[in-house]
Design a protein around this ligand. Structure first.
Ligand code: ZN
Length: 139
């Protein structure tokens, strides 16, 4: 059975998980669940590690607390995370708290969604989206 590399979003440890055990998999270091039905808030270091290593698609919502459209999109992104659970991991990065991340990933406007897979950026999209549109965009 194929194993997938997944970065723990709590402690940033890279885990290897057999595909058929993804849904229940826990981090070998801190015990946190590796696959959630929620959109998890990450910091810059964790994001970089996950974007580089993860073998399950990683979808990042770059947002900030002062951004109105970001707030509108928040619940939609959360709903999409539930729908996509097990197929992709959806995470949020606060660009106000982690400004370096916005610079490194060249984020010019927010909200911006970026989809990473296999260590590479696959696509990005700016502007608020509804849950159903996020799900089909992630694909
Ligand atoms: Zn962990």
């Amino acid at each position: 059975m194929a194993a997938k590399k997944l970065t723990c979003l709590e402690c940033a440890q890279v885990n290897r998980v057999p595909e058929e055990k993804l849904a229940a998999a826990k981090c070998g270091t801190c015990g946190a669940k590796l696959v959630s039905t929620k959109a998890i808030e990450v910091d810059f270091a964790t994001l970089q590690k996950a974007a580089r290593n993860d073998e399950l698609p990683l979808v990042v919502d770059f947002w900030a607390p002062w951004c109105g459209p970001c707030k509108m999109m928040g619940p939609e992104f959360a709903r999409a995370a539930g729908t996509l659970s097990g197929k992709a991991r959806l995470v949020k990065l606060n660009t106000e708290e982690h400004q370096k991340a916005g610079q490194v990933y060249g984020i010019r406007g927010i909200p911006t969604m970026v989809r990473f897979e296999g260590g590479k950026e696959k696509k990005r999209q700016s502007g608020a989206m509804r849950a159903a549109d996020i799900v089909s965009w992630v694909g």
